[in-house]
Design a protein around this ligand. Sequence first.
Ligand SMILES: Cc1ncc(COP(=O)(O)O)c(C=O)c1O
Length: 461
Amino acid sequence: MIEMKKIKIQLDENDLPKKWYNIQADLKTPLDPPLNSQTKQPIGPDELKAIFPMELIKQEVSSERYISIPEKVREIYRIWRPTPLYRARNLEKALNTPAKIYFKWEGVSPPGSHKPNSSVAQAYFNMKEGVERIVTETGAGQWGSALAFACHLFKINCRIYMVKCSYEQKPYRRVLMENWGAEVFSSPTNLTNSGKSLLKKDPNTSGSLGIAISEAVEDAATHENTNYALGSVLNHVVLHQTIIGLELKKQFQILDEYPDIICGCVGGGSNFAGASFPFVRDKILGKRKDLMVFSVEPLACPTLTKGEYRYDFGDSVGLTPLLKMYTLGHRFVPPAIHAGGLRYHGDAPLLCKLTKEGYMQALAYYQKEVFEAAILFAKTEGFVVAPESAHAVKAAIDFARIAKKRNEKKIIFFANSGHGHFDLSAYDAYHNNVMQDYAYPKTFIKNNLKEIPIIVKKRRI
Ligand SMILES: Cc1ncc(COP(=O)(O)O)c(C=O)c1O
């Protein structure tokens, strides 16, 4: 009998994890806490209560290793989860590499990305606490559509501030959000003081995630029974996304393999942290010292590769607490590259700490080489990926080429965070050769960083 070459490893619905994994339990030293921007003291749960439900606040600061996923959330996850793990055999063949390339495909969710792994959980916990309205921002539109989808399931009203350049580049993402009943505005707007002040300074701004966050936080803080939801960065969002990595571990166990290299794109860090943290745990515990873990970002928004590790605001105006993270400065307005979801000035504090401590590393690419990789992937594996996810594809291809040069049978995994069906104008720009490459200069970053509050750690005497 001829042995069938497996293309994908699919888990049964019954294999869906019952708990999320919280890496805070395994850190060698605790995460630096978020600080109140006025007092510069750690913020307590009471300060967050104005915009988040208590259960998410508890998850944010929890040091429990595993946190139960409510049955209702698991039931909704089962619409698209467990997601398949693919072996990219045709891509391997095209590259003529001895490496094996695997990817886990989050593009099968209803909105088309990993984002509903957190939006469903967030909407659920808000619903449990009687919240009637949720406000958020969205860059590429993936998070906005995931939250619109989740709010609809739990009968919660949803408002979305969508970064202006994505609003213009991706009109069909807006329509998708409206299909699920959300209202969507191009940010900055005249609906908030933050938006008005930024429009005054620069009426032609292309917007940024930092600006849209300021608008959403202000809206939530000034409206009755309204909460704010963030699609990345925060510990509870990363926690929800570990469903990816926990499934992935089971899939590699079925294969009786373990990856040598793990890579994924990083905007705020949620999909990649979620996919990689159950493996990074093995590295922290000293069980897999050789595992290499790479975040991939655009050279136009090089947070991890060129930013500084320090406290900064999560938004542009300075309404949020200060978070310890790699940052390009909260006033950073990124160039209008096509990977709208990778244009954030900071990154998840958990991912930043693990990068600072050497458990993870970072790479950055120009957008044209990223699209070139995405086209090769579409031609070999069929899937047209989001411009964000294409950064991970590019890194996986580069690692496979290195493996070829060295004749090494490496096992390469990349997190494939979403489809690009609403990003075809970006592919069109690539095909028509009108796409521009841009690397954000270090001198600009130095200038942005001048506006960040300086936190001096008190020394123990
Ligand atoms: C498909 C896709 N992948 C990745 C990201 C980046 O976000 P994160 O780093 O939180 O996963 C986004 C953000 O919008 C996205 O839409």
